[in-house]
Design a protein around this ligand. Structure first.
Ligand code: PLP
Length: 380
């Protein structure tokens, strides 16, 4: 008999979500307006404690798309993006008809390599274009090299669109991720650190930009008694029902981060005496990761019997334990392989040897024991 599935990262309700949904039902605000949206946005603004404005949207993908529009990205433009990421970081570049340029990772944070980034900028300028934006990513919750990347962006006067989809609650030098971009985004998809079942948010620096986002996300209706449109609009608003889930989730966010970090500790101690496995951890005290997903690198020249990533993946799968290879770099994807790429082969080797492990804040002791037993049987 197979045991129940252990998920990589599944929704974890805090208990108060249904109260807010009931409030929406009681007041009949069943749509993309209402108190839950206002309060959820307010809760996020307080949590980030910076002079920023949050607008809840239907997804992080929508938020990145609107972010590119705010940064005025158009069909002839070049946008730079980290290669090792989820396709949703990049696809909105194509929605705008612009051209992505991909950058390798560096090994310390697995994020944007500053050297490859500057090479790409210089080369693109040589070819006659200044890149219109840089999309940065905090992969698996680990902040990228914030200071180095900001210095380069400012040197060439290129705005940063910070994809913080995986990094709500992470911080760098005490400042929260989601406040480092000229525009930033979060995701509340079902697998993220907190969820609204599906949803996202965009973070902007002014009330005026927030107004612009609300205008574009609700079909760009001009002020008129009839429906009048002079700009291209989108239907990207969050529902007041989903925002109710978000309000409840905000109450348990810090608790869930502590539990995800405890999962990371669990893997660090599990693999302490197993050769050939490295648990990905942030480089120093400046970096605080929510450890949305804990990931490992497998070195088959060091593991027992030369066991590699794929053998581990299949063994876990067999035990009904979900795990997943790291994001496949975008410059290796059939959709994107013909676009420019700058860097060495760091992201390729991470993809080759990396695996994300069950990391949810809701994993039970007996589930952890199953994971531990499975690894010890295979590798010790
Ligand atoms: C999940 C994710 C997204 C997309 O978020 P959605 O809310 O599902 O659209 C974008 N970027 C990264 C890095 C993600 O992990």
């Amino acid at each position: 008999m197979t045991e129940p599935k252990i998920w990589l990262s599944s929704p974890h309700m805090g208990g108060s979500e249904l109260n807010y949904i009931n409030e929406a039902f009681d007041s009949n605000w069943i749509g993309p307006f209402g108190q839950n949206i206002k309060e959820f946005e307010h809760d996020l603004e307080e949590y980030l404690s910076a002079a920023i404005f949050v607008t809840a949207l239907s997804s992080a993908t929508a938020a990145i798309h609107l972010g590119l529009i705010l940064l005025n990205v158009r069909p002839s433009d070049v946008v730079i993006c980290q290669s090792l990421t989820f396709a949703a970081s990049v696809n909105p570049i194509l929605y705008q008809g612009a051209t992505p340029v991909f950058i390798d990772s560096e090994p310390e944070t697995w994020n944007l390599c500053p050297i490859a980034l500057e090479n790409a900028i210089v080369d693109t300028i040589h070819k006659g274009q200044i890149p219109k934006a840089i999309i940065t990513v905090h992969l698996y919750g680990a902040p990228y090299k914030i200071d180095e990347i900001r210095t380069i962006a400012d040197k060439y006067n290129i705005p940063i669109l910070e994809d913080s989809a995986e990094a709500l609650g992470s911080s760098y030098k005490g400042r929260k991720c989601g406040t480092f971009g000229d525009v930033s985004v979060f995701s509340f998809n079902g697998n993220k650190i907190i969820t609204t079942s599906g949803g996202g948010a965009i973070i902007t620096s002014s009330h005026q930009l927030k107004k612009k986002v609300q205008f574009l996300a609700s079909q760009a209706k001009d002020e008129a008694p009839h429906y009048q449109h002079s700009e291209l609009g989108y239907n990207y608003q969050m529902s007041n029902i989903c925002a109710g889930i978000g309000r409840g989730q905000m109450k348990v966010l810090d608790k869930h981060i502590a539990l995800r970090r405890a999962m990371h500790d669990f893997y660090v101690s599990l693999f302490k005496n197993i050769s050939g496995i490295t648990v990905f951890s942030t480089p120093n005290q400046d970096y605080f990761s929510n450890y949305w997903l804990t990931s490992i690198l497998v070195d088959p020249t060091e593991t027992k019997n030369g066991i590699d990533k794929e053998t581990i993946r299949l063994t876990l799968l067999d035990a009904n334990i979900e795990c997943r290879p790291l994001w496949k770099p975008m410059h290796l994807q059939p959709l994107y392989e013909n676009y420019p790429y700058y860097g060495e082969k760091i992201s390729e080797s991470l993809f080759e040897n990396g695996l994300s492990l069950p990391s949810g804040s809701n994993l039970t002791d007996s589930e952890k024991e199953r994971i531990q037993t499975c690894f010890l049987k295979l590798l010790s």
